[in-house]
Design a protein around this ligand. Sequence first.
Ligand code: B12
Ligand code: SF4
Length: 542
Amino acid sequence: MIKDIWFARLTLTALAALTPPDIEVKITDENVEPIDFEEDVDLVGVTGMVMHAPRAYEIAQRFRQRGIPVVMGGPHASSLPLEAKEHVDAVVIGEAENVWEGLIEDFNGGRLKPFYKADDYCSMKGIPPPRRDLLRREAYMTVNCVQTTRGCPHQCDFCHVTHFFGKTYRCRPVEEVIEEVKRLDGEFVVFIDDNIAGDRHYARELFTQLKPLKKKWASQASMTLTRDPELLKLAAESGCVSLFIGVESLSSENLKEVNKAFNRVPQFEEAMKAVHDHDIMILAGFIFGLDHDDEGVFERTLRFCERNQIELPTFFILTPLPGTALFQRMESEGRLLHKDWGQYNGATVVFKPRLMTEETLQRGFNWACKEGYSWNSIFKRVFHPQQRFFTRVVSNIAYRSIAQRTPEGYLPSLSRILQKMNDTIPLQNTRDLIQRVGEKITEKKLLIGQKAADTLKLYSIYNERLKTLFVRLEGSMDRKGAKELVKRLKGVLNMEIQKVILDFKDVGAFSSEAVALLSRKGLLQTEEGKLWIAVNPPGIRD
Ligand code: B12
Ligand code: SF4
């Protein structure tokens, strides 16, 4: 049987390990077993991410009805402690290491406080090994989950990690990690860090000391690791077999807007290749619905995954999690649809996207999940010469079984057209080009030096709400390029697009024939120094 739950979260096993040894602890992970609400217990602790909040409150209510006090901690309760407190007796805000023992003493003395928050982040030295013995081992692919660091040096607007851990990036002493890993059964370990290579020196030391243990491991890392050949090689030599990498978006504008510009789009293909060259499998995360995403994003992203043979693409719908900068922005812009936390699960639209409707985003996401794990797409992604072909196939089959539960989706009708509207047009004729300033250029070399180029690049983005296509042009335009542009525009104006705005600001040079053609078609106006024009139906003049 392929298990849905791949590995156990460390949360409750870590908490159990912090509990004084004379107290009996039982863990119930509702992902894999039902809760016994009649169980004879003195104190209940619940945890959960934002999407688990409604269920966590329900569980709390059931125990409190029996007079059993409930404590809640974890990402949701830490972001919204006042809300959580309405449902439980005490809330632990942030890490438990420095407060859990005190809380238990207070409980034993009958003076449980409403909130517990440590004055500082805990030391990573001497953290007791998690109580894996309390888990139903057979329910998980592995319980060998180990944490080596907490936090992340970056601060992406949509991510909860830096909000939770502050700007700290703390590392456990390498020898303690190694001791813990040595004691684990089996050869496979999951490092559940958010960014295992956030501190280069620490990662170097960790990987070096892992090498002799001959374990295989998986973890998460930011894209910066792909630009560090030495560290990547060391990771592979130390047993790294797969990495979850947050690629997030193929648009530099999107990445800049969410404070993730350290993901450099022009280097993505190279980055994926660098990881593959070390036989490391890639689980790549992509977010749909960012402010520069139009209807073309779903297909564009999936084709990128296929082209780069990304073994396990994972798609998420942008989700403003409470506590994040993204949440604040969306709330202040009035774009949150509701605060039904159960739907803040990364698979449901909970905000108003900028360039498409909620429905288009939801259906497009559903399409990408299903199509991404269609046999056709799996074949394109898994057949490559790197090692572990069998693992690639088996994990794709497992992901496919999850993806198939996604509701029906469809590829937005304009998707193909939008891809076409972004195809570069090569320059055919370099003679007779006139720079925008009016100077004639004859030398191609000069051309390139003068901001013109031997291609015409199109950056097209469609706003479904305004039914408007914005096309920014960059490079040089000869007659052939102008003709091709006219042809493509005629094609789009036949569709539901009502308006096209062309922006010629970045066209460094035009041929006189191109200017004549565009002017005749009513597409180019240069009056008042403006080099842009809006085209409205009935559209382009014949
Ligand atoms: C491993 C992991 C996963 C694994 C989970 C495996 C599993 N079987 O559940 C996988 C990869 C599957 C996963 C998936 C998802 N994850 Co995740 N995941 C993590 C990660 C990296 C580590 C979790 C962990 O074990 N931490 C180690 C323990 C020790 O820390 P902790 O849980 O925070 O617990 C400490 C305190 O919070 C506190 N505490 C916590 N609970 C309680 C309860 C009580 C009673 C008390 C007293 C204290 C307490 O005490 C602990 C010790 O200090 C965290 C990031 C992180 N660093 O925590 C993200 C994180 C939890 N995941 C997150 C998200 C969003 C998801 C997804 C929803 C992503 C998606 N859109 O699909 C899915 C949901 C999956 C699901 N169905 O539950 C977010 C949650 C944000 C939020 N505010 O809700 C986090 C914080 C990452 C992020 N980028 O923001 N995830
Ligand atoms: S790099 Fe990853 S873990 Fe770090 S802040 Fe950004 S999304 Fe979060």
